[in-house]
Design a protein around this ligand. Structure first.
Ligand code: VGL
Ligand code: ZN
Length: 201
């Protein structure tokens, strides 16, 4: 059974947003078309409280994109983004959410960041997504969205570890940092994750 998992296609990650991904808006129409080819469609939504630990604004003397340590783990400090209840946290207004069966929110705990839609960055708590997908009978999991080198990458990695056959849909995703993503893509290929285009589905 084929499931599509759409990662964080939200206003703050769009050009003009607080944590803009270059060409982030280009994937919206691709997703709108391809999602009807799946048996099940689910999405994740980055959903932070205002006082979230990943925001540079909550660390005096630090600026955005600084690296700090939190509970012994490296943490990039981001601009405020996807704050619960704000316009920036909403999905892109052209995105067709009708076929989505469920939305999994992440990053809701102010003390830890959560790039993956499955687990927080410390792998301490599960969102329940892996269990949900398994109970629904997912065998093949297709992932897309924003940002390819951050939340999509970490979600794919966890999905692979959970035993799903994973496919990365390249034209339905965009990275924050193209150079960084080149290496991550090679890692994905080594793991056995298939890189495909939406037309191949
Ligand atoms: C993301 C950085 C911080 C993402 C979320 O969706 O890729 N990146 N929070
Ligand atoms: Zn975030």
């Amino acid at each position: 059974m084929k499931t599509l998992l759409i990662i964080d296609v939200q206003n703050d990650f769009m050009p003009g947003g607080s944590l803009a991904i270059p060409n982030g808006d280009k994937i919206v129409s691709v997703i709108n078309t391809m999602q009807y080819k799946f048996d099940l469609v689910v999405a994740s939504q980055d959903w932070h409280p205002k006082d979230h630990v990943s925001f540079a604004s909550n660390h005096s003397g630090k600026k955005t994109f600084d690296e700090i340590e939190i509970q012994g783990k490296p943490q990039t400090l981001w601009p405020d983004h996807c704050v619960q209840g704000t316009e920036g946290a909403e999905f892109h207004s052209d995105l067709d959410t009708k076929p989505w069966e469920a939305i999994f929110r992440k990053g809701t705990d102010k003390t830890i960041d959560s790039y993956s839609a499955f687990y927080d960055n410390g792998h301490l708590k599960s969102t329940g997504l892996a269990g949900y997908l398994k109970e629904k009978g997912t065998s093949q999991l297709f992932l897309c969205g924003l940002a390819a080198d951050i939340c999509v990458y970490f979600s794919i990695y966890d999905a692979f570890k959970e035993g799903f056959a994973c496919f990365y849909v390249e034209d339905a995703s965009q990275p924050l940092d193209v150079e960084n993503f080149k290496d991550l893509k090679q890692e994905m290929i080594k793991l056995g994750i298939q890189i495909i285009s939406s037309e191949e589905i």
